[in-house]
Design a protein around this ligand. Structure first.
Ligand code: SF4
Length: 341
């Protein structure tokens, strides 16, 4: 495979062989003056994945450009491995796979089938239509939200799901995301940590910063507009360090969890309490969200909240008869809020 093509699809076995054939050792790539631009390109690749959720297109006008681009792939993988954050590994894998998707759209059917086959997908082509095995289709489409990916909406012939080239490329993208995610993080030695230490620290800080912003956004949506009065009071009490009965903590955590907040996000919303004990709170939260107990609890309905004495400050919406459950209040309030906009 020529270097430019290998650089476009660096995850293929043939590309790895092309990389090996350049004769550049890991040590040279890490320390050699001649490879400074490849190291910078690797860093850029990771930053693009973080910021844009897709790896960028870089001009490959010369053999040297293509070699640099090819070498940037292992550099990027080393940086991502050193950051060692599972969420970020996934984001990087998605960004690489998305770029591969864009590029594969311009390739021949045979090339796309070759890539699919290397990723372990069972694909055939007959009369210009691709067929993919039932199990491969189910695995790849499990993460697709659009109804058009539902099995009931597919044409199935002889155990194969018939798909267009664009759909096959999308399935390849999903399989490639899984492959790259499963390969990382790689073990990293001290030389790699020394070389990319600053970049790794910057990325970790940026990841943490983004997570904080996302949590704050999620909390804002929940707390300002739509929280029922009982949950608002319970949250205020916890944040003020007041004594909240177990039933109140249980109701609040299960309420937040049902609305899609994860354990860390819930923990963060409680962290302003003066007596905040992270490990105790974390255990309680993870028990209620099912991470420890294996059971995901749902919040109690209003009648139960009343019997526990934690139906605090019911307002007009609570009293108008439609609210039987705090989640009900949350949804109704959302609808009324939207209809006023
Ligand atoms: S009526 Fe229901 S939603 Fe309203 S405050 Fe009481 S428990 Fe909460």
């Amino acid at each position: 495979m020529d270097i430019a093509r290998a650089a476009k699809y660096p995850f293929l076995k043939e590309s790895a062989a092309t990389l090996k054939a350049t004769g550049v050792s890991l040590d040279q790539l890490m320390t050699g003056m001649a490879y400074e631009s490849a190291r910078l390109a690797g860093k850029e690749r990771v930053v693009e994945a973080f910021e844009d959720a897709v790896v960028g297109d870089h001009p490959m006008r010369t053999q040297a450009d293509a070699t640099k681009e090819l070498l940037s792939y292992p550099v990027a993988r080393m940086i991502v491995s050193a950051v060692a954050d599972p969420g970020f590994v996934r984001r990087y894998a998605i960004a690489e796979a998305k770029k591969a998707n864009e590029r594969l759209k311009g390739e021949s059917d045979e090339f796309v089938m070759g890539v699919a086959s290397e990723l372990g997908l069972d694909v055939t082509k007959e009369d210009g239509v691709f067929g993919i095995s039932f199990s491969d289709f189910l695995r790849a489409s499990s993460g697709m939200r659009s109804k058009s990916w539902k099995l009931v909406n597919q044409r199935i012939v002889d155990g194969k799901v018939l798909v267009s080239q664009a759909r096959l490329v999308r399935i390849v993208e999903a399989a490639l995301t899984d492959k790259i995610s499963s390969e990382l993080p790689l073990p990293v030695n001290d030389a790699i940590l020394d070389r990319f230490g600053q970049t790794v620290e910057e990325l970790r800080a940026a990841i943490e910063e983004r997570r904080k912003e996302q949590r704050a956004e999620g909390m804002e949506k929940l707390s300002i507009v739509r929280l029922p009065p009982c949950m608002r009071r319970l949250l205020d009490m916890i944040r003020a360090g007041e004594n909240v009965p177990h039933s109140g903590r249980f109701a609040l955590v299960s309420f937040f969890h049902t609305l899609g907040m994860d354990s860390q996000e819930i923990l963060d919303t409680f962290s302003t309490a003066p007596d905040f004990d992270p490990s105790k709170s974390e255990y309680q939260i993870k028990h209620i969200t099912g991470e420890i107990s294996g059971t995901e609890y749902t919040p109690p309905e209003c009648s139960t909240m009343r019997s526990y004495g934690i139906c605090f400050d019911p307002d007009d919406l609570c009293r108008d008869g439609a609210v039987k459950h705090p989640l009900n209040y949350y949804r109704l309030k959302g609808r009324r809020f939207r209809s006023r906009k």
